[in-house]
Write a protein that binds this ligand. Structure first.
Ligand SMILES: CC(C)(COP(=O)(O)OP(=O)(O)OC[C@H]1O[C@@H](n2cnc3c(N)ncnc32)[C@H](O)[C@@H]1OP(=O)(O)O)[C@@H](O)C(=O)NCCC(=O)NCCS
Length: 146
């Protein structure tokens, strides 16, 4: 897409750009920022920013903080409402999946709310399968095996 530039977060302080960013009923509050900072420190974490003319438009992160061995977890994905349905979410998700594959993972996991239809459709596009997660029943867990 035109005018969109992608970069990766290299320093933990840069995560602050995400504070209070929101989309639908989803907001990067203090707890989310703290969680992102904690998982940023893990080996092989990938935090991708998308900007248009230097302005924030989207973010996606993946890290190894999943409890099953050698999986990546897509922890966050958020596209600014003015930039949705343009393929950005798909592009960011693809980059995270490619990164997990290149890093030698056996699969990648993500979780979403039962009512989050856009995220469910996005996961279906990549052939994620619903997985009966013994540790989380409050939403849908998706797995994609490599
Ligand atoms: C989920 C989200 C990241 C998708 O981002 P996006 O850039 O709009 O998605 P894309 O344009 O790449 O769309 C990819 C696919 O997702 C699905 N999708 C995206 N938005 C959708 C919507 N509003 N309704 C239904 N399906 C949707 C479609 O299958 C779409 O493919 P298609 O265009 O060929 O139909 C975005 O809706 C978002 O930021 N939501 C709020 C934050 C959030 O819920 N994050 C996930 C928390 S688990």
């Amino acid at each position: 897409m035109e005018n969109i530039s992608y970069s990766t977060i290299k320093e933990i302080e840069e995560i602050e750009i995400l504070r209070n960013k929101s989309s639908f009923n989803y907001t990067y509050d203090q707890a989310t920022i703290e969680s992102l900072k904690k998982h940023f420190a893990l080996k092989d974490s990938l935090y991708i920013l998308a900007k248009s003319n230097e302005n924030f438009v989207a973010f996606c992160s993946t890290d190894r903080g999943w409890w099953e061995d050698n999986y990546f977890f897509i922890r966050e994905i958020l596209v600014d409402p003015n930039f949705q349905k343009l393929g950005l979410g798909q592009e960011l998700m693809k980059r995270c999946i490619d990164h997990a594959k290149k890093s030698g993972a056996i699969g990648i996991v993500t979780e979403t709310a039962f009512e989050n239809i856009p995220m469910q459709k996005l996961c279906a596009k990549f052939q994620f399968q619903e997985w009966a997660n013994p540790q989380w029943k409050e939403g849908i867990t998706y797995k994609l095996m490599f």
